[in-house]
Ligand binder design. Structure first.
Ligand SMILES: Cc1ncc(C[n+]2csc(CCOP(=O)(O)OP(=O)(O)O)c2C)c(N)n1
Ligand SMILES: [Mg+2]
Length: 236
């Protein structure tokens, strides 16, 4: 043991062990449970990543995780194979998610992998027609819409700038949501997808309903069809 009074910078290192989850210790489940518990202590009873129990025994490939939802699946899911996550668009251009996901799902199809994505609602609004391409070409995948009824990153920009410039853009009854919110009418993504040949469900507003809906959607995708589940969420 080095003498703890010796400054850290001058202690000799005998070995350095680098671990990534799943390499030496599979701490993934504990990690998820720790988040759930920590949130519960703060009054948020949020069930763990609901899709996980349905895909964990499949050869899964998460092909997109865009916008506000992006970091969470990457923190919670074990990335133990190169195709577990497809990565991001290079230039952060909106409208990347659906096309990239459906293209990847097309590749995964012949490899027998189960494809799913977390899809921002705003990102989907740039290229909704890509859904038609998936059903037209019989490309199975599960698309979970992270529906926060907005281009929410832009809402946050407007809030920040209006605060800085002492404007009132986001005090509730003003111009803040113009061009950034996707409400009134709220888009029914399940109907939109259905009209283009997808199996679909939603909008799901109660997390308790997610488990059963995902179980059904996974079955549909495994039988060879694309499925979309529209899930309402908080902005961030
Ligand atoms: C082509 C293009 N237009 C505009 C933007 C600016 N932009 C960045 S994030 C974003 C909103 C994304 O909305 P959504 O996918 O619903 O994610 P959220 O921020 O709501 O989680 C926009 C418009 C961009 N990155 N690319
Ligand atoms: Mg959004």
């Amino acid at each position: 043991m080095p003498d703890p009074s010796t400054p850290r910078s001058s202690r000799p290192y005998r070995a350095v062990i680098l671990d990534v989850d799943g390499t030496l210790i599979d701490s993934n489940a504990a990690h998820v449970e720790a988040w759930v518990e920590a949130l519960r202590e703060h009054g948020f009873d949020i069930p763990a990543a609901e899709i996980w129990p349905h895909v964990k025994d499949l050869d899964w490939s998460m092909v997109n995780s865009s916008s506000g939802a992006a970091p969470w699946p990457l923190r919670l899911f074990p990335m133990d194979k190169h195709y577990r996550w497809l990565g991001r668009s290079g230039a952060a251009g909106q409208g990347y998610g659906p096309g990239a996901s459906i293209g990847a799902a097309n590749g995964n199809k012949s490899l027998g992998r189960f494809t799913f994505s977390y899809q921002g609602d705003g990102d989907l609004m740039y290229v909704p027609g890509s859904l038609w391409t998936a059903s037209h070409h019989n490309i199975p995948m599960l698309m979970i819409v992270h529906n926060n009824r907005g281009y929410h990153q832009e809402v946050m920009h407007v809030q920040r700038l209006s605060n800085r410039r002492n404007r009132v853009a986001n005090l509730g009854k003003t111009m803040g949501p113009v061009g950034t919110s996707i409400e009134g009418p709220d888009i029914d993504y399940a109907s939109m997808a259905k009209s283009m040949g997808w199996w679909s469900a939603g909008p799901i507003k109660d997390p308790a309903e997610l488990g059963a809906v995902f179980a059904k959607a996974v079955q549909v995708v495994r039988a060879g069809e694309p499925a979309l589940v529209d899930v309402w969420s908080q902005p961030r």
